[in-house]
Design a protein. Structure first.
Length: 173
């Protein structure tokens, strides 16, 4: 399997070690050289597990000269997303666990029950009863919650995208 096939078929996910002949960066001590590029308005942040990969990225950016990147130390949090790096395995990950717990408390949902599949696709939310006159405060809170759930779905939890999209269909005043 070529290095491109390993990436295209996500074979590296199940490999404990990528054979040296198949590594794109043979000098990388980890199974996969990884680079997260986080861009927000005029801020750019990097999280990586292999310096050579970042140096190559910086060199390609320098040719364009539109973006300046400065390494300012370890990236731990950007926009409520926590980035983690395991020095032993080289694994890089991200989550919004603290942000999610804050949302649960904010919307008084901290006693809710977690589930692996948040919603059965056969459920029709249009069948839920609605009040004749909506409470403006409740509507505003619902809109805010949906926006915050979209933020989570886009950043770190795509598995909730379907449910959130179903909920957005019921954003009526």
């Amino acid at each position: 399997m070529s290095p491109e096939d390993i990436i295209n078929h996500c074979a590296f996910v199940s490999m404990s070690n990528v054979p040296p002949a198949q590594k794109i960066y043979p000098s990388c001590p980890h199974s996969v050289a990884a680079l997260f590029i986080i861009v927000y308005v005029d801020n750019t942040a990097l999280h990586y597990n292999f310096d050579e990969l970042v140096e190559q990225f910086e060199a390609s950016i320098a040719q364009d000269a539109c973006i300046q990147i400065h390494r300012d130390g370890n990236l731990e949090r950007v926009l409520s997303v926590r980035y983690a790096f395991d020095m032993t395995t080289g694994a890089i990950g991200c989550n919004q666990e603290a942000y999610i717990y804050c949302l649960l408390r904010k919307y008084r949902l901290d006693q809710c029950n977690a589930t692996k599949l948040p919603m059965n696709p056969d459920k029709d939310l249009a069948l839920l009863p609605l009040l004749a006159k909506s409470n403006k405060l409740c509507v505003r809170e619902y809109f805010a919650l949906i926006g915050e759930l979209l933020f989570i779905a886009i950043n770190t939890a795509p598995q909730i995208s379907y449910v959130v999209s179903c909920l957005t269909r019921h954003m009526v005043v």
